[in-house]
Design a protein around this ligand. Structure first.
Ligand SMILES: [Zn+2]
Length: 211
């Protein structure tokens, strides 16, 4: 008998409340506890995975409708490695993943989104509109640095996602390193979802970005 919230062993307890996470259970009602450890968190992880898949599907549909071919290609590359790592990661893990590490793994992708979004705002305000030409002609020094930083962050994110294929094979080798496949999945999946946001930006910015 295990807690559905935190996997705590509830055998022999009569209080009806998990001492670890305070979730209520009833020893007479099999729906309020789990027969084996790991059922609860794994189920929730699959729930999160399903939500991420829905987001990915929406982004793919939007990329197809707006003819965002470059984004679509990146979505397929990062999405396939992300789905594979997350799914095998959830199945291979023996314990509940640490939420703090998972959140840390989404930081690189969120940082790149913040860089690109702030660049778009900076550009629009500094130029009084969207750039008429490709490149950084007519940009102020600070805008030029901002654009370089955003491009650099985006490139590093893409390169590390391509490396993820090699890391997935490497992590699969030992039982101990297999625990990291889940976190690799969080990293690649968050990168994928963030890259898929690009076609939602104004058209003029998107065409400047890819040129
Ligand atoms: Zn609990």
């Amino acid at each position: 008998m295990y807690c559905t919230g935190c996997d705590y062993q509830l055998e022999g307890l009569t209080t009806g409340t998990c001492p670890e996470c305070r979730k209520r259970f009833d020893p007479a009602d099999s729906g309020t506890f789990m027969p084996f450890p790991g059922c609860g968190w794994r189920k929730r992880q699959f729930g999160w995975f399903a939500l991420v898949l829905i987001l990915l599907a929406l982004e793919v549909v939007h990329a197809v409708r707006t003819y965002a071919d470059s984004t679509l290609f990146l979505l397929v590359v990062t999405g396939s490695i992300g789905c594979l790592s997350m799914l095998t990661g959830i199945l291979l893990r023996r314990s509940r993943p640490d939420l703090r590490i998972s959140m840390l793994m989404t930081m690189p992708a969120l940082a790149v989104v913040a860089l690109i979004t702030s660049l778009a705002i900076h550009m629009y305000m500094s130029l009084g509109g969207w750039p008429k030409t490709i490149g950084t002609g007519g940009f102020s020094r600070s805008l030029e640095i901002h654009a370089d930083l955003a491009m650099f962050g985006f490139t590093i994110l893409l390169l590390s996602n391509l490396l993820a294929w090699a890391m997935l094979l490497g992590f699969g080798c030992t039982r101990r390193s297999q625990q990291w496949i889940y976190h690799l999945g969080i990293f690649t999946m968050s990168s994928c979802i963030c890259i898929g946001l690009l076609p939602f930006a104004p058209d003029q910015f998107v065409s400047w970005w890819w040129d």
